[in-house]
Ligand binder design. Structure first.
Ligand SMILES: [Zn+2]
Length: 75
């Protein structure tokens, strides 16, 4: 049994190695989809404003420790 587990682990390592090689060469459509999904799930960067208005995702300046959009921005 133990021998089987070692063999299984070795196979997995070789698969990971191959996947790593592929990712360096060319992305498969599945991998491109995964990349797109990752980008979709990345929140957009708030535009930097020239005034003192805090970003909605920044910690609230009142010191509550909450995000501005969940704190004083609601008032
Ligand atoms: Zn606040």
């Amino acid at each position: 049994m133990a021998r089987d587990k070692i063999g299984e682990r070795r196979t997995r390592l070789e698969k990971d190695k191959k996947r790593d090689e592929w990712s360096r060469k060319i992305l498969t459509s599945d991998e491109i989809d995964a990349e797109k999904e990752l980008l979709d799930n990345t929140p957009p960067v708030e535009p930097i404003k020239g005034d003192d208005t805090p970003g909605r995702n920044d910690p609230c300046p009142c010191g509550s420790g909450r995000k501005y959009k969940k704190c004083c921005a609601l008032k």
